[in-house]
Design a protein around this ligand. Structure first.
Ligand code: NAP
Length: 277
């Protein structure tokens, strides 16, 4: 596994596990818990969840998967924008902790920017931090203008990550957000790094994967992880998928492969609005 050090000193794997879609059906829960446990065994010890996923169900699945090994897992969750008020964020965090059956979140994110003033959310996040309910906080789906607004109301160096859509088919952040966050040492957490499966049948991706003897998903993630400062959080509920995503930690793409992927999935040539799901 490749590791990186976040702005607050936390040491985390560059490849973690997503949970969107988990915890929605009781019958699927045992398999979802097994998939997360396998991912942890394979070194993907960062888990991303949210109060939104399965309306708390995904956090319960995560709670079960990390039971007995909490200290070796970096747990990330997110607050709904409509809950991110001075008191609402604190109550939402406490509900998340109960569902996860843990005392402290490693990282708490504002899921996307809503109508509540950022200063209020920041105040709640700082209170949660000083009360020991969270170790750090960050944001999600923030574009460069949102980050600039945040910088005006947040303590220096307090926001440690921006979780945004990033995969071969969605490269807009390379123009502005990615270099700007790198300069500030704010980690980018790449969500939907497999494009929710949409990019995996692309002929160029398949051809690179076939020549390497790996799955297209492995190459798609190896591509996201080609640069420092980025954490990828793919979601896989099938065990064979979990093995394929874990293999990306050992994949180093060569220049010719990266050039072929650039041709098939061109980098941005101008600023574009931040894409989000
Ligand atoms: P994703 O990780 O890009 O793709 C997940 C899909 O790919 C699932 O259908 C999964 O199938 C499939 N898959 C996984 N490994 C595969 C493989 N080896 N071969 C073929 N298919 C494979 O999409 P995502 O779930 O949207 O994003 C990942 C995580 O990012 C989420 O789960 C969530 O934690 C986070 N996220 C955050 C936001 C936000 O607004 N902050 C938005 C979206 C996502 P199976 O599950 O059947 O294995």
């Amino acid at each position: 596994m490749r590791y990186m050090t976040l702005r607050n000193g936390a040491h985390v794997p560059a490849l973690g596990l997503g949970t969107w879609g988990m915890g929605e059906r009781a019958a699927s829960r045992p398999a979802e818990v097994e998939a997360l446990k396998l991912g942890l065994d394979l070194g993907m010890t960062l888990i991303d969840t949210a109060e939104m996923y399965g309306e708390g169900g995904a956090e319960e699945v995560v709670g079960e998967a990390i039971s007995g090994r909490r200290d070796s897992v970096y747990v990330v969750s997110k607050v709904y924008p409509h809950n991110a008020s001075r008191t609402g964020a604190i109550a939402a965090c406490e509900r998340s902790l109960r569902r996860l059956k843990i005392d402290t979140l490693d990282l708490y994110l504002l899921h996307w920017r809503g109508g509540i003033p950022l200063a209020e959310t920041v105040e709640a996040f700082e209170k949660l931090k000083s009360d020991g309910k969270i170790r750090a906080w960050g944001v999600s789906n923030f574009d460069p203008a949102d980050m600039a607004d945040l910088a005006k109301v947040a303590p220096k160096n307090a926001c440690i990550t921006d979780q945004v859509l990033y995969h071969l088919g969605a490269r807009g952040i390379e123009w502005d957000l990615l270099p700007e966050c790198a300069a500030e040492k704010i980690a980018i957490m790449a969500y939907s790094p497999l494009g929710q499966g949409s990019i995996l049948s692309h002929p160029t991706l398949k051809s690179v994967a076939e020549k390497r003897g790996v799955a297209p998903a492995t190459v798609a993630l190896g591509w996201v992880l080609r640069q420092d400062g980025i954490i990828a959080i793919p979601k896989a509920a099938r065990l064979d998928h979990v093995h394929a995503i874990a293999a990306a930690a050992d994949l180093r793409l060569e220049d010719a492969e990266l050039a072929a992927l650039d041709k098939a999935f061109p980098p941005p040539r101008r600023a574009t609005p931040l894409e989000m799901l």
